[in-house]
Design a protein around this ligand. Sequence first.
Ligand code: FE
Length: 205
Amino acid sequence: MPHDHDHHDDPHALLPPEPALRVKALETLLTQKGLIDPAALDEIIDTYENKIGPRNGARVVARAWCDPDFRAALLENATAVVSDLGFYGRQGEHMVAVENTDAVHNMVVCTLCSCYPWPLLGIPPGWYKSDAYRARAVREPRKVLADFGVVLPENTAVRVWDSTAEMRYLVIPMRPAGTEGMGEDALMELVSRDSMIGTGLAVQP
Ligand code: FE
């Protein structure tokens, strides 16, 4: 839910106790009253979680891989570039794109709660909001990456970006080798959600 870090020191104060339970209770009540259709609800959640969200981000990344001018503009002012594509709104107001290279691997966390670029990546995965990820991403990023199956060369630095209500980050993963002949649409399929959070790499075709 939207929130402002400036006004609350304790993010948990913003949440009711056991929010999942309360949501489930609400859903049950609304379904019993015939006000919502659980299947429709699942469809909406699936849309944000799997379809719209990460695909918008993947489109941006694939275009950055193909178009040097677009890439330069994105790195210069991501907010303007993604807004022009129609990817704006709640939790996507101020975007920064950070690019992975052989020298540096970027990874995104919100240590305080779960700030995340919704218009580009959809709803954050459960682990992104977990206490463990939020604490460990900063303290031992390489171990966290290893848990995700990502092992980087020794000489690749890991840079962790802490999201806030004011700033959301999009990681531009490295373009996989052997994809030189591929177009934007095909490249999109290689851009996983996790690769744009920095806990994964782009898929090798
Ligand atoms: Fe947050």
